[in-house]
Design a protein around this ligand. Structure first.
Ligand code: ADP
Length: 899
């Protein structure tokens, strides 16, 4: 068998054993893929495939240079693959290869951006357990949820890149499909034994110490199982990054504001409805200068809090920085150019940090003192900013800094094998090697001078290259004058190259010293890297503190530039408070100064205000006014008004200032939205089923402390169906759920509820009609809209004038319950029909002289007329766009004409 046969054979054997989608195997200076692995990779990554023959057959082959593996690995893993990496090891008789790590989406260390990369596990037991680890930053969150659906929802909020479903969630009940659908991540069916309770518990003890579970109060069996499985999986990936997970962070379900994926998307927090990242709330708010700060801002935004003390701490921080422009700028200047300490700690732990990474740690720790000075100088030293700076264990930080300062040269290289990393004075043995090395180099450097003197040759130089090593070069004219101890090694066109015994000896010495020096530097570097790894917990804390400061400074900057104000936070109403009974009038509730009133003066939409001359609007919601029915023409600003209200509440609950003149925000336990059925229906993104599923979830999940935004309900079905559902949902939200609700609807009938239900009020977005065209005022006013603007929109859209005029005429008559004559082409006869708006039924038809005479109609127009009348009867005039109405009228006329 040739070597080539051996390699393909070896690859296929390893591939067989690897629990991965793709294997790559080191062969000398390349990582190779063979067979269908090569084809898969080539297709995904645009690599060239060649053929490798083995045993008379030929195998596809693709390869990447060793130094370039990382980006290819990352690209494969980003596409959801598990990739096994087999390294080549030197052995006594040649080399051997074995798989030493498996890189998966949830364990990938070389990340392309600052975003978190969560690996989640979910276990169904008495309750559901969830664990989420980000190996790139060492974060490790655990929590529990009542049932799998809630748990999957919670999991999806972290946008995990990989999920490990527990053994009970892989069955026929569709849980696995839901996990796949609701999280974009890869679902990996990991070894069920890793989920076993005993093993999981032991794994957690090993990681965090014996008392850790008690000290953080982690008792849920399912959560322990999930957490243990995540740790086991990280370990099994073989990347040595397990130790970066230094802390377990349990959180309670009630800590955060419930914010499902639909709502995140509807509010365009991190992605727009079209999937763009510009024009989002995050992009608008983001003035951070560090990757970690950006990650922190994203986390805050996607996981708003209910904890008033924590939020007020953040507000204090924003406030301090908003009021101290100089300090804010100075802080941002210091932070700019610092590095992501949590990420660097993970690299150190996994042994992949290079000298530049450790230099980055040093440079970043260096800003702590200047930051503290800034706080002192600008008298914000009793603000949360200053307290954050004290968060890390300062002694460990100081020791580590001193060590890095002593150990590393300034501006070290990116590789660890070529020396030039460790500073002089750090290690005696290295210094001795360096001294000898430099002496030897000095000897070489001064050699030409000495040789010129000794030999009298003027054109003499000393140089080095890879093939000849060190040599003495003499010009041809003097080549015959060289002394006897010169040995010629090469003849060039204009010169000759020589060496001497003494030079050979020096060369050997230099090579030996170089090797010693590189080896010693590598050893020392690895020891320093281990010290950094050992301090990873502190680095994570300091990194977190710097990220928060960056984030607070960013919020302050945005607040100042856009005139945002600090909202007053009040605790939400007590849930299940029995003092109010559903039936009685709430107008006289309590003392009138209801604790959970939401009140926004001149509120704005944080994103829309950036690009538009924005018209601010107030919003007030409370126990006696917990639901607003929002009406107004299309495009008048209903969605914007509702979204800005939701966003102001959300921003308040991340600790940010808000776009308003003043705001008082009762802390909510969840923000639920259902938006835009019609737009989505049109684009095939939604179905009536989806709309109803979303409504169902809201009606189940929302409480009296929630904020609910409904932008049209029931449009995806026939009018009577739709209006009935909207009606019943309104009553339910008002009577049972009692959530604060904003409900935009085109069903004018619902505005009637505003007069009848005590907690419901009508508001409308005003538009003004002048000279037959509509001006949107963008002002939200009390009361319902008086009329529909469909015809005006038809006008604006360029529908021909005769049609628009006729629509107005029809509309007016219908509204007044007057007869509408059906105009027939060519005939001067008219038939009149009356549509009863209050009953929604066809109330009668009349000839020009009045009175309903069906027989005569049938006589005059034939049998089809009956069907036309039936169709006319079932039309819902209020909800059918006038243009469509006209088209129908035309169709009817044609039918009658056809007789
Ligand atoms: P609707 O939901 O009533 O159809 P939208 O809320 O989608 O209307 O708003 C329509 C347009 O009006 C959007 O382009 C939006 O930017 C703009 N708009 C909405 N509210 C305001 C406002 N208060 N000030 C300025 N422009 C606004």
């Amino acid at each position: 068998m040739t070597e080539a046969d051996g390699i393909v054979g070896e690859f296929l054997a390893l591939a067989e054993e690897a629990d991965a989608d793709v294997l790559t195997m080191q062969v000398g200076d390349f990582y190779e893929f063979f067979d269908d692995h090569a084809e898969r990779v080539a297709e995904e990554l645009d690599l060239t495939v060649s053929q490798k023959s083995s045993h008379g057959s030929s195998f596809p082959m693709a390869g990447v240079p060793v130094a370039e593996l990382t980006p290819y690995l990352r690209a494969l893993v980003e596409r959801g693959y598990r990739v096994a990496v087999a390294e080549q090891y030197e052995t006594e008789d040649g080399h051997a290869r074995e798989i030493d790590r498996i890189v998966t989406p949830g364990t990938l260390l070389a990340t392309p951006d600052e975003r978190s990369r969560y690996l989640g596990a979910i276990v169904d037991g008495e309750e559901c357990g969830i664990a989420l680890a980000d190996v790139t930053t060492g974060r490790f969150h655990v929590t529990s949820a009542e049932d799998p659906a809630t748990a999957i929802g919670e999991l999806s909020r972290f946008d995990p890149v990989e999920v490990l479903p527990g053994p009970d969630l892989r069955g026929e009940d569709g849980a696995l499909e839901r996990i796949r659908a609701e999280t974009d991540g890869r679902a990996t069916l990991f070894d069920t034994e890793a989920f076993a309770p005993g093993r999981a518990k032991a794994r957690l003890r090993e990681q965090f110490g014996d008392g850790a579970l008690d000290s953080v109060g982690l008792t849920s069996a399912a959560t322990i199982q999930a957490a243990g499985a995540v740790l086991a999986y990280v370990e099994a990936s073989g990347q040595g990054v397990l130790a970066s997970i230094t802390r377990i962070e349990p959180y309670g379900a009630s800590e955060h504001v419930d914010l499902d994926a639909t709502t995140q998307r509807n509010l365009e927090l991190t992605d727009t409805m079209d999937g763009e990242s510009t024009g989002t709330v995050l992009a608008t708010l983001d003035h951070t200068v560090t990757a970690a700060g950006r990650r922190c801002l994203r986390e805050w935004l996607c996981r708003p809090r209910q904890d008033r003390a924590e939020l007020e701490r953040r507000q204090d921080g924003v406030s301090a920085l908003a009021n101290a422009a100089m300090a804010r700028e100075a802080i941002s200047d210091e932070l700019d150019g610092t590095y992501d300490l949590a990420r660097l700690a993970s690299l150190a732990v996994s042994g992949t940090a290079d000298p530049r990474d450790l230099d980055a740690v040093r440079e970043t720790l260096r800003v702590l003192d200047p930051l503290a000075e800034i706080c002192e100088r600008h008298a914000i030293d009793d603000s949360p900013i200053a307290r954050l700076l004290d968060a890390g264990d300062s002694e460990t930080v100081a020791t580590l800094r001193a060590e890095l300062d002593r150990a590393l040269v300034s501006d070290p290289p990116g590789t660890i094998t070529e020396g030039g990393i460790i500073a002089r004075g750090y290690d005696e043995s290295l210094d001795a090697i360096v001294a000898d090395h430099e002496a030897a180099l000095e000897w070489i450097e001064t050699l030409p001078e000495r040789e010129q003197e000794r030999t009298g040759i003027t054109h003499l130089s000393v140089d080095r290259n890879t093939t000849d090593g060190y040599y003495i070069q003499v010009g041809n004219s003097e080549a015959s004058d060289v002394p006897d101890d010169y040995r010629q090694i090469k003849s060039l066109k204009n010169s000759e190259r020589f060496t001497t015994d003494a030079l050979d000896e020096r060369e050997r010495e230099i090579l030996r010293l170089e090797e010693q020096r590189h080896e010693r530097e590598r050893e020392l570097f690895e020891a320093v890297r281990e010290q950094v790894a050992a301090a990873s917990e502190v680095l994570q804390s300091v990194g977190r503190a710097l990220a928060e400061i960056d984030c607070l400074a960013s919020l302050a900057t945005h607040a100042v530039r856009n005139d945002w104000v600090r909202p007053e936070l009040v605790d939400g109403s007590e849930r299940g408070d029995g003092s109010e009974s559903g039936g009685r009038s709430e107008g006289s509730d309590g003392d009138g100064e209801s604790g959970d009133d939401l009140s926004i003066d001149a509120g704005r939409h944080p994103v829309v205000e950036q690009t538009t001359e924005f018209v601010p609007n107030d919003c007030r919601l409370g126990a006696d006014r917990r639901m607003l029915i929002v009406t107004g023409p299309n495009m008048s600003g209903k969605s914007t008004y509702m979204r800005q209200t939701a966003l102001i509440v959300l921003l308040a609950q991340i600790g940010s200032f808000v776009p308003a003149d003043a705001a008082r925000v009762p802390l909510v336990d969840g923000i639920y939205t259902r938006v835009g059925a019609l737009d989505e229906l049109a684009e095939g993104r939604s179905t009536f089923m989806v709309e109803m599923q979303e409504l169902a979830r809201i009606l189940h999940a929302a409480s009296a402390d929630s904020l609910v935004i409904l932008d049209e309900v029931g449009r995806g079905t026939a009018t009577y169906d739709g209006i009935s559902i909207a009606w019943a949902a309104t009553e339910y939200l008002h009577n049972e759920t009692r959530a604060k609700t904003l409900f935009a609807t085109h069903y004018h009938e619902l505005t009637g509820l505003g007069d009848r239900l005590p907690g419901v009020a009508n508001v409308h977005v005003a538009a003004e009609e002048r000279d037959g065209s509509v001006t949107f005022l963008r002002q939200v006013r009390e009361g319902a809209t008086s009329r529909s603007y469909g015809v005006h929109v038809a006008d604006l859209a360029g529908v021909p004038d005769p049609v628009v005029d006729r629509s107005r005429d029809v509309l007016e008559k219908l509204r007044a319950e007057k007869a509408v004559e059906v105009r027939g082409g060519g005939s001067s006869d008219t038939t009149q029909a009356v549509f009863d708006l209050s009953s929604g039924t066809f109330g009668g038809s009349a000839s020009a002289d009045g009175g309903r005479e069906p027989d005569r109609i049938a006589d005059r127009f034939g049998a089809d007329a009956e069907r036309v009348l039936e169709a006319l009867e079932s039309v819902d005039v209020d909800s059918t766009p006038p243009v469509e109405l006209l088209a129908q009228v035309q169709a009817w006329q044609e039918r009658i004409d056809g007789e």
